[in-house]
Design a binder for this molecule. Structure first.
Ligand SMILES: NC(=O)c1ccc[n+]([C@@H]2O[C@H](COP(=O)([O-])OP(=O)(O)OC[C@H]3O[C@@H](n4cnc5c(N)ncnc54)[C@H](OP(=O)(O)O)[C@@H]3O)[C@@H](O)[C@H]2O)c1
Length: 338
């Protein structure tokens, strides 16, 4: 079978298509014929060696992918053959809080990822995907979408009438916008680019704030809520945006800490956190129970992930390059097999 791997050294230049034996499922396992994968920024960092410089190589990258079960091992019901499933990002995390072992056993590093024509996974490490989505669309769900779901629903408890602030027009934030609207909340979306603001409005944002024109955008966001502040912030910027998020959030509200696009270290004024009784909630993708609940929501609301581009497996390096360029509008996907 064909697999796309980062070979003996890190770096995009070391990505190559190789031939590997088709794996056989062991007891309690399923074999998935992978049809599509999608890329996350983590995958690029992993290939570059920035995510985990001690990751053993070679590695098949990409944590997100979808396919059909075509063989099962002992102890797995044969009816599972033919089911279309996604691999879960954290393979052993079924529900509840994570533990160290399950939080670390993730696809696309340290475990092999989805850029290969077949993958063997534990039966508990896969879940069905919404029927109305194409394989490519469904392949976008395991990491970015589930992270947004965990931030808003599993951990954030967003309710109808709430106001949610999403930062930027990227994968996690676009899913968060969809889920917040589906939950009956109104959404304020920031973006660094005036061009992208219109797209956010079309997707359902109530208001947009262009941050490049407005360094004190947190105050602007608070103003839009009549001075109360938003109930929950989807924080993907990290160090460079946290202070403005603190201005935007209401007393007793939540800042869901997801990404560090604008830096991972900052001098933080702690006083507004305690004076405002703000909950700073770290989010690490999510568990299978969350994924299943999210898929029910996606199905009921007929939500459709936005796909930027689709590359054939043999050209997956170009997919990573597009991810690195930052030019994408939606998820970058790879067609792994027919
Ligand atoms: N904690 C977790 O479990 C988890 C899971 C998934 C992702 N993440 C992290 O979450 C972050 C977002 O992931 P993603 O997949 O949504 O990324 P993405 O699709 O690449 O989108 C990032 C978006 O954020 C905005 N942005 C980029 N740089 C920024 C900056 N310096 N300051 C403010 N906004 C900026 C941009 O929107 P505009 O151009 O519209 O401004 C961009 O489109 C990444 O850091 C990723 O590693 C964490």
């Amino acid at each position: 079978m064909r697999a796309f791997v980062v070979r003996e050294a890190f770096g995009l230049e070391n990505l190559a298509l190789v031939d590997q034996a088709v794996p056989e499922p062991g007891p309690g396992q399923v074999r998935v014929r992978v049809s599509a994968a999608s890329l996350n920024y983590r995958d690029l960092l992993m290939v570059q060696g920035h995510y985990n410089p001690r990751q053993p190589l070679p590695l098949v990258p990409a944590s997100d992918g979808v396919g059909v079960i075509d063989a099962v091992g002992a102890g797995v019901k044969p009816e599972r053959v033919g089911q279309r499933v996604a691999g879960m990002f954290a393979q052993g995390w079924i529900d509840g809080p994570p533990d160290h072992a399950t939080a670390r056993a993730t696809l696309g590093g340290p475990l092999p990822g989805m850029l290969q024509e077949w993958i063997v996974l534990d039966e508990a490490g896969v879940a069905s995907v919404p029927e109305h989505l194409s394989d490519v669309q469904a392949a976008t769900l395991p990491c970015a979408a589930l992270t947004a779901w965990s931030a808003l629903v599993t951990l954030g408890g967003v309710r109808p009438g709430d106001t949610v602030l999403v930062q930027g027009s990227g994968g996690v934030s676009s899913f968060a916008l969809d889920f917040a609207v589906a939950a009956g909340a109104r959404v304020i979306a920031t973006t660094r680019s005036a061009e992208k603001a219109e797209g956010l409005t079309q997707r359902g944002a109530w208001k947009t704030v262009v941050t490049s024109d407005d360094p004190k955008w947190g105050k602007t966001v608070r103003g839009l809520t009549g001075g109360r502040g938003v109930d929950l912030v989807v924080e993907v910027g990290g160090a460079g945006t946290f202070a403005q998020s603190m201005r935007a959030v209401r007393l007793g509200g939540t800042v869901a800490m997801i990404g560090v696009l604008a830096g991972g270290r900052a001098e933080v004024d702690m006083t507004p956190v305690l004076m405002g009784q703000v909950k700073v909630q770290g989010v690490l993708v999510g568990h299978r129970a969350g994924f299943e609940a999210m898929c029910r929501c996606i199905e009921q609301h007929r939500l459709e992930p936005r796909v930027d581009s689709v590359f054939p497996l043999a050209e997956a390096r170009a997919a990573f390059e597009r991810l690195g360029s930052g030019a994408q509008r939606g998820k970058i996907c790879v067609e792994v097999s027919d």
